[in-house]
Design a protein around this ligand. Structure first.
Ligand SMILES: *[C@@H]1O[C@H](CO)[C@@H](O)[C@H](O)[C@H]1NC(C)=O
Ligand SMILES: *[C@@H]1O[C@H](CO)[C@@H](O)[C@H](O)[C@H]1NC(C)=O
Length: 194
């Protein structure tokens, strides 16, 4: 078990503060932050044969097969000197979940799902506020409602799978980032991750 990388999944609705809290955890507890979406974008930009393959899937409007995306995660973990990882926004649907269980689950030391729980109302307000300055085109109300539906429809059932095995650690994410991080710190200290 000791040689396997330590994994925490970070989940929560859009605007729950996953990114901000991940940054703080990286800084305080020495984790490495991985995002499958970011790895995919990097590989595409690199122009490698695998990047070209990914490009083809996306251009044809197809989902990149889970084997490819998980392969990128696996490679990133092997290359990293740090061997404890936060995987952000994953697994977000049944396909992600079954792919992980089939390909990766036995290669890692999985700890738990860190779940940032935040009401839709608070999250929407946060993102709309952020949208005022960031100019992100998907930060408008209509596409937000859709992102929330996707999250509720696809991700909530995955969190429930882990909850059955007592592998979800829920953090109330309604408060300010610093207050939320106080609770994260307590959790990590309790779970001996400091
Ligand atoms: C998870 O599912 C999403 C939506 O289908 C997909 O875009 C993403 O590539 C998947 N992630 C992994 C790591 O397979
Ligand atoms: C989510 O599920 C509801 C109820 O089944 C459905 O009406 C809606 O279209 C779904 N939304 C998305 C974005 O998948």
């Amino acid at each position: 078990m000791e040689n396997k990388p330590l994994i925490i999944f970070v989940l929560g609705g859009p605007g729950a503060g996953k990114g901000t809290q991940c940054e703080k955890i990286v800084e305080k507890f020495g984790f490495k932050h991985l995002s499958a979406g970011e790895l995919l974008r990097e590989e595409r930009r690199s122009g490698s044969p695998k990047g070209d393959l990914i490009e083809t899937y996306i251009k044809d409007g197809n989902i990149v097969p889970v084997e490819i995306t998980l392969g990128l995660l696996d490679t990133a973990m092997q290359k990293s000197e740090i061997k404890q990882f936060l995987i952000d926004g994953f697994p977000r649907n049944e396909d992600n979940y079954t792919g992980w269980n089939k390909i990766m689950a036995n290669k890692v030391n999985f700890k738990f799902v860190l779940f940032f729980e935040c009401s839709e109302k608070t999250c929407v307000e946060r993102i709309l506020e952020r949208g005022k300055s960031s100019g992100r085109s998907d930060d408008n109300r209509e596409s937000l409602v859709k992102r929330f539906q996707t999250y509720t429809n696809s991700t909530t059932p995955i969190i429930d799978h882990y909850r059955k095995d007592n592998l979800v650690r829920t953090i109330d994410a309604e408060a300010s980032p610093d207050q939320v991080f106080e609770k994260v710190k307590e959790l990590f200290q309790k779970e001996c991750l400091s």
